[in-house]
Design a protein around this ligand. Structure first.
Ligand code: ADP
Ligand code: MG
Length: 245
């Protein structure tokens, strides 16, 4: 096991709200790590700290590929290969598939691109995950699942080593969820670490090697997926049981 990311003592307050309290987390290269917890338990805040969008309270520690980052920010995080796919996917609906994927390299704009090579690169990235959208199609013409695949392609084009997906299955059909689960297994085989946030415990147990449970901003624990079931997980998430420790 090679550790990609290691964090400890991570706390975050928003005014009077303690969104995270003294959380630690390790992510291994090539693992699928699910993050579960009820609404408001701190999952998105933890992701934002990993991506450098939010700064934790002083005293926490974050190391990526063995290097300490006392002040992580989105530029360092991206440079380390961390890519986040938020629920809104952050795509440009009026741009084409190829243009959106090319945004991995042209965050400042598309003024100086070679259109033919951009299309070819987009096709090559899509082919890696078995997708063949028309590179000239507008993203607004695609389904939610299709847009999500474009967002994954953009992350891969940015050389993702850690791909974080926040509630990626929330608006997918069961069939689309199955396709995404298959794709995540392929990413894992390619050595990419995937953090998958979900509250659907059946799919979590299907996809994860390890599951971290958050409750009220605190970490309940990290569990090997094959040592736990949905009932225990939901007990850990809600804290509504005395029979499990
Ligand atoms: P989850 O993703 O698990 O639903 P969040 O990380 O979004 O949880 O939120 C954790 C807690 O922090 C919640 O109580 C939420 O209301 C609060 N919170 C999150 N972001 C902010 C913010 N920017 N300002 C104020 N409170 C926030
Ligand atoms: Mg959230």
């Amino acid at each position: 096991m090679v550790t990609f990311l290691e964090m400890s003592g991570i706390s975050k307050r928003f005014g009077g709200v303690h969104a995270l309290r003294d959380v630690d987390l390790t992510l291994e290269v090539g693992e699928v790590h699910c993050l579960v917890g009820e609404n408001g338990s701190g999952k998105s805040t933890l992701i934002k700290i990993i991506s450098g969008v939010e700064a934790p309270e002083p005293g926490g520690r974050i190391a990526i590929s063995g290097k300490e980052y006392p002040k992580l920010n989105p530029v360092y995080s991206t440079h380390c290969g961390i890519q986040v796919i938020y629920q809104d996917l952050s795509l440009f609906p009026n741009l084409t598939v190829a243009e959106n994927i090319a945004m991995a390299h042209h965050l400042g704009g598309l003024h100086s691109v070679n259109w033919a090579s951009m299309r070819a690169a987009a096709k090559a990235t899509m082919a890696k995950i078995g997708v063949a959208f028309d590179p000239d199609a507008k993203v607004s013409e695609l389904s939610i699942a299709g847009r999500q695949l474009v967002a994954i392609c953009r992350a891969l084009a940015a050389d993702a080593k850690l791909l974080i997906m926040d509630e990626p299955t929330a608006s997918l059909t069961r069939h689309e969820v199955n396709a995404l689960i298959a794709l995540v297994s392929e990413l894992k085989r390619a050595g990419i670490c995937v953090v998958f946030v979900s509250h659907r415990l059946d799919e979590v147990l299907e996809i994860a090697q390890r599951v971290t449970v958050l409750r009220d901003g605190a970490k309940v624990g990290t569990f090997a997926a094959d040592t736990i079931d949905g009932r225990k997980l939901s007990q850990l998430m809600t804290g509504k049981s005395f029979e499990y420790q």
